[in-house]
Unconditional design. Structure first.
Lengths: 237, 270, 235
């Protein structure tokens, strides 16, 4: 098991003129300095740091899970867990929206899966115009450290697919660390959540795929499908 | 103000309620089961008694300090008790800096009532000279990490800190309290330990020791102070009403849980 | 190092330039973006970092760069004579000094309109509390993934009568012989950039330079301990 080197801000992580400073590093007088706590990665003399902590940095094209904070005259203000709020205009919703009743489509507190289609000085612009995007009607939503998202997804989705197969769930992983799980049984959904939390805990381990395969074996088979109680709707006064 | 912290989403809430309806919780606990309780004693050697209490991932620090002062006119022969609580911004992105807001004030007052009404501290034994000098007992509570149920964690901490506390030396002639040199004498306490526990209502189900995710979903709660089989304090919180017959169920559940919880706390104190 | 009084005996038997035993750990507060505990002898500090995040209220936002907000406070039971809950002038001053001690290593221009909140609490006090707080905060900032040019390390150097000592205890701060005590808390980066310096007492200019040398040596040891704590978080 190869151990990645841990970077401490301000430490010299490489010396030599032919090294190139990648993300979260700085080159001064032939030395590469770390600017963040994380894991050092080197490929072809390019040295960068993979953060293990830190708030989500939105990027164009990211699929994120957000929460409606406010309804305005032409759209919705969405919290995506980034320092700036994001905005979804009526134009970016692929269905008819009554301009006088935006809250009928999305109301304060609603959760949605959206894509970031632009980032500029004004803020972050979201869109629902693609497959798999839209308001979240049901499912289990929770948050993980956004830096661990690549590990949860795995190379070309290998890890997330492993979880989906073993739990019979649909899983949407937002780049902002928020995850939506929809399955036929609550047990299956919880198993998927536990699997993801296990990955987050063991994210530094090499051979994580094998570790997870063993983990699923030790967890046993799937639970019976959900039977939604009829009186759930009349829960409250 | 924008709530930058994600409270438990409505959809997750639906799941929690479904699961509860079949008697299960996300962390595989029973509805009336507490998380693991860990008590670390003596976390400040400057306190008369101070503890760290962890209930699952929730953590509080509680310290007992004492000095000598004048008694209140209507309790001339009894010591004074002051309980304060701070919900530190350190412990959760939901807590802001500044003077205590209602949740911190409520926590302090509920714990105050719980300790006071249980008569756990023998206040009359804290009298030095009737009408003139009595001991002041201060219990200070700090939240360190909020994963739900700070209230009960604080209650456990208050009792634990009182139990391990030692009296400071008091020079009666000079009228000086020396907290640096503690005696080996503990505070005058009743033998039976009081227990505080809060029963939370989520939809039709009752649970104890909610995680923060579960706490967001509770629409009503009742905090009990129980000692030696009797209820000595009670407080209903949040804005949803509880049916009359249902309240009786709640009282029964509380009595059962109190017995188990007391065992758990005694074990953690060893 | 001290040419005078080589026979000076410290109350706890330490060598003149010896630090108290140190314990350091990160990740002690799961809810925080970054957190750390730093203990030097009997002084225990915990720190939590939240951010960078959007600054509220909006009028306090700085469109040019991020804002660093530090809050330092002592718990009521951290000292023998109970401290009343709430802030004091002293805690307000130390909060500001801590901000100044840490800001030089942060790249706040990368976070316009945002804020980084640091909360420091002293659980048990035996002098050197502001230094312990700065050490804990520095680790917590790194742990939180905040971009930093370097860590910041802090220690208090003292002069007891004429002898220079490192890392004073409260008993030493109360020293009464000769010229009495002089307390000099110093914070600097491991490569020697001083970010915080204070002095209470009396000292000659030559000895002051020795103080800086002693401080730098002590800080090198503290830096190793901070690094170890950060690396251990991966186990």
């Amino acid at each position: 098991m190869t151990e990645r080197r841990i970077s401490i801000p301000g430490e010299i992580i490489a010396e030599g003129e032919d090294y190139l400073p990648g993300e979260w590093t700085e080159k001064r007088e032939g030395k590469i300095y770390a600017l963040k706590y994380g894991l050092i990665e080197e490929s072809n003399k390019l040295i960068k740091i993979i953060p293990v902590s830190g708030t989500y940095s939105p990027r164009r094209g990211n699929v994120v899970i957000g929460k409606v904070e406010n309804v305005t005259f032409n759209g919705w203000v969405i919290d995506i867990g980034a320092p700036d709020n994001a905005f979804l205009t009526v134009m970016e919703v692929p269905k008819y929206v009554n301009k006088d009743a935006l809250e009928e489509v999305l109301d304060i507190g609603d959760m949605l899966v959206a894509k970031i289609w632009a980032i500029n000085k004004r803020g972050i612009d979201l869109s629902l115009k693609a497959k798999g995007l839209g308001k979240i009607e049901e499912g289990l939503i929770f948050e993980i450290n956004p830096n661990k998202v690549p590990r949860v997804i795995g190379k070309e989705g290998s890890m997330i697919n492993l979880i989906k197969e073993n739990t019979d769930c649909d899983i949407t992983v937002g780049q902002n660390g928020r995850i939506l799980i929809e399955g036929d049984s609550t047990e299956g959904e919880l198993k998927a959540k536990k699997a993801i939390l296990h990955i987050v805990e063991k994210s530094y381990v090499e051979g994580l795929t094998e570790e997870m395969e063993n983990w699923f074996k030790s967890q046993g088979g799937l639970a019976p499908k959900r039977d939604v109680p009829k009186d759930l709707a009349e829960d409250e006064e | 103000m924008v709530d930058q912290v994600m409270t438990t989403p409505g959809t997750t809430g639906e799941r929690v309620r479904e699961y509860l309806a079949s008697g299960k919780r996300f962390d595989d606990r029973e509805l009336l089961e507490f998380r693991k309780i860990i008590i670390e004693k003596g976390i400040s050697n400057k306190a008369e008694g101070a503890v760290r209490v962890k209930v699952g991932a929730t953590e509080v620090l509680v310290g007992v300090k004492m000095d000598v002062g004048t008694p209140y006119p209507d309790s001339a022969d009894k010591g004074n008790l002051t309980v304060t609580a701070e919900l530190l911004p350190l412990s959760s992105p939901r807590f802001e800096a500044g003077p205590p807001k209602f949740p911190a004030i409520e926590l302090g007052r509920v714990i105050d009532r719980y300790i006071r009404e249980s008569k756990f501290i023998q206040m009359d034994k804290l009298c030095i000279k009737e009408g003139e000098k009595v001991w002041n007992v201060y219990i200070d509570i700090y939240s360190i990490n909020d994963d739900g149920n700070l209230l009960d964690a604080a209650g456990i901490g208050a009792v634990a800190a009182l139990k391990i506390a030692k009296m400071p030396t008091y020079d009666e002639e000079k009228g000086k309290v020396d907290s640096k040199h503690l005696t080996t004498k503990g505070l005058p306490l009743e033998k039976d330990m009081p227990v505080t526990l809060t029963i939370h209502k989520v939809g039709k189900n009752f649970l104890v020791d909610p995680t923060r995710e579960e706490e967001d979903l509770c629409d009503s709660r009742v905090t009990f102070g129980i000692r030696d089989g009797s209820i000595s304090s009670l407080q209903k919180g949040e804005s949803s009403a509880i049916d009359f017959e249902v309240m009786k169920e709640v009282i029964d559940k509380a009595a059962k849980v109190a017995v188990e919880l007391e065992k758990q706390i005694e074990k953690a104190l060893k | 190092m001290a040419k005078k009084s080589e026979n000076f005996e410290r109350i706890d038997g330490r060598k003149l330039d010896e630090l108290r035993p140190i314990k350091a750990k990160v990740g002690v507060i799961p809810n925080a973006d970054g957190s750390a505990m730093y203990q030097s002898g009997d002084t225990i500090a915990i720190a939590a970092v939240y951010g960078p995040k959007k600054m509220h209220p909006q009028h306090q936002q700085d469109p040019a760069k991020g804002v660093l907000r530090c809050s330092y406070n002592m718990m009521t039971f951290s000292v023998n004579d109970r401290i009343k809950p709430g802030t004091s002038r002293r805690s307000t001053e130390i909060s500001k000094i801590t901000e100044w001690a840490l800001e030089p290593v942060l790249m706040l221009d990368k976070f316009p309109g945002q804020v980084i909140d640091i909360f420091i609490h002293i659980i048990q006090a035996d002098a050197g509390t502001r230094c312990a707080g700065i050490n804990a905060a520095s680790m917590a900032l790194a742990h939180a993934g905040v971009p930093m040019k370097n860590l910041v390390c802090s220690v208090s150097v003292g002069k007891l009568d004429k002898t220079l000592v490192v890392d004073l205890t409260k008993a030493e701060e109360d020293f009464e012989e000769g010229e009495g005590p002089t307390d000099i808390p110093i914070s600097m980066t491991p490569d020697g950039k001083i970010t915080h310096l204070q002095l209470d007492g009396k000292i000659g200019t030559e000895q002051m330079k020795e103080v800086l040398d002693l401080g730098k040596k002590a800080i090198e040891k503290i830096y190793e301990i901070q690094k170890k704590a950060l690396k251990e978080a991966f186990n």
